[in-house]
Design a protein around this ligand. Sequence first.
Ligand code: ATP
Length: 773
Amino acid sequence: MAPIEPPPPLSGKKRRIGVMTSGGDAPGMNGAVRAVVRMSIAQNCEAYAIYEGYEGLVQGGDMIREMGWEDVRGFLSEGGTLIGTARCKAFMERPGRLNAAKNMIIKGIDALIICGGDGSLTGADKFRGEWPGLLEELVEKKELTAEQVEPFKHLNIVGLVGSIDNDLSMTDATIGCYSSLGRICESVDCIDATALSHQRAFVIEVMGRHCGWLALMAGVSTGADYVFLPENPPSENWEAEMCSIIKRHRDLGKRKTIVIVAEGAHDRNLRKISPLHVKTLLTDTLRLDTRITTLGHVQRGGTACAYDRMLATLQGAEAVKAVLEATPDTPSPVICMVENKIERRPLLQAVKQTHEVAEAIAAKDFDRAMGLRDAEFAEYWQAYNITTATDQPQLRLPEEKRLRVGIIHIGAPAGGMNAATRAAVAYCLARGHTPVALHNGFPGLIRHHDDKPLGAVREVSWLDAEGWASKGGSEIGTNRGLPSEDMATVAMCFEKYKIQALFAVGGFEAFTSISELRKARDQYESLKIPMVILPATVSNNVPGTEYSIGSDTCLNALIQYCDACRQSASSSRRRVFVIETQGGASGYIATLAGLSIGAFAVYTPEDGINIKMLDRDIDHLREHFSKDKGQNRAGKIILRNEKASKTYTTEIIASMIREEARGRFESRVGVPGHFQQGTTPSPMDRVRAARFGVKSLQHIENFIGKSKDEIADDPMSASVIGIKGAKVLFSSMKYVEENETDWKDRRPKDEFWMGLKDVVDTLSGRPKALPTP
Ligand code: ATP
């Protein structure tokens, strides 16, 4: 990031930026503090930590301390908040805030970055609103002089939303919510095994007083039978409805039942729905052996997942930028995430809208409460409902509009492939379509299409796919082979099995396959059908999207591996790990993992590796370890993408470091290999897979009733679903193939994440890279 010219309010002095964490702790808060501290220092400002939230601001003294570069080392991998948090009563009252203002001026702090929930941000906004009055009062009461307060006339406040509930309006994700969802999914996955063994029912209570995000997402990602959310209570006769849905699932052969209850769940008359009430119903009405599990504070704990580390780091860096760009008239911003884009939104409005949700719930205006949540939330709710209740006659299409939908996995396995397939199957069945699995990719179809009835083409039942939400790998088998291996047979199979639409899940091979099928439509009538590809690959290199399912699972596996390496490095000697990541010719995984673990350097195929770069990095390592007097034994991690350079292999780089270190430090190689595909898919991959799976099928339905030629002539009849910036959209394959694809290197021409490399380098203090010769 290029240095921003800061406005000089302190007449020649460096700007001092305060950072605090407040309200309930959330995984990722430490990453935000690290990013704010280091980015402030990198921008020639001073960073101060305010300990114990507003309590530190009110008390001042030693609770407001300057932070150096090294003080935040290791913060990214720690859970909770290392600078403490508290609920501070004193700050709720004006005298407390007056003290806080005085302490800030005494410490010379004129900008505050607060990471907390809606309460903390409300407090922050109030503080800024009162600021001029507080300064006047301080002068009036002779606690400070007019000269002392003069340079502090304008207080800059920037909010970062740190909360596990994901309850702030205007942002898709708060720092901590995906880590918390991860804890919930881990627990439900464990409970699943015992429930299945004993054919039990479990009622699981999760956090969320006014916000059902955790409950809903847990429902989507674990395939729960029923969920209760505060914003959208069930119908008047929910007891009968819930029992009927669960009974139907049991009648279809399901051996377990999971019901998720948000702690703030209630009925349409605001009567609390307790886990005990649900348990009694399941026991008395359905005679199910039912247990209750309250997950409680487990949901807050542990280290942050990759997404939260990335979010916290990018938002922390953006918050510093916002401070430096603010003018006296800029409204206080809160840093938000919309799909894949960091945006600044007015803090006041975001807090107001958040409070309106609680007000709408209290007024029993549940449509409004849902409407005030983001559009994404409503889509997840819809996806959950369509894919869960099996008996919804109102959703079924008339006979003549029903399709036989082929579902195929192509390429290497990636987390979320099964979840996407489960959602597509459930959606098809709800609408009356027939989901047909094409097993083992195109080679499976080409070689085994005659082996009936257990051949490569099989209709999938609800029960077949029901348990796939949390399963890793590919249940229907995947293969890298392309349809061009034998296009005539592929086309013949589509004809023979009456495939009227195709839903393909996979990476660059899937993209290439759909491209081939699209181009072969001129020759084969049976290929004139709607086709959608849902990108799924650890490499995240599919054109037409900034996010492929599976990439988040991969990042989580990778940071787990890197955390273990770093721990080993800090427990033994001063050590540098050179870790080789997957990603093909795309440096996405290496860069994002670098951001999430605070890598010393990241080597990508896009930039390549050259001798000057290595020389500079080794010099920097030498300098770093020479300053170390033994008190700081934390290791360093270098991430090298597998195709970053043909010459400078991972081994060679590690050997060069070893040689040049001359015994002062050492190096090791780490190759996590297939470990990066992960075991169980991450919650983010699961929920996005479900949402995109449903959206893909809805897109396919746009072509019902169209002739083959109409379909072939419509560029959107072969498309890729993806996230681009703040939007989820379908792009025409033809357009993406011709304009956005780097076919040689098998990646998008424009890789949105390239700018993030600068942030990794800035926050690790890496010397600026010279342009590659
Ligand atoms: P969580 O989402 O985890 O509950 P939160 O930030 O909403 O986090 P709160 O306990 O509501 O948590 O708020 C944290 C602190 O923010 C309070 O203890 C108080 O010091 C301050 N605060 C909250 N609301 C206000 C307010 N209206 N005016 C002044 N200060 C406030």
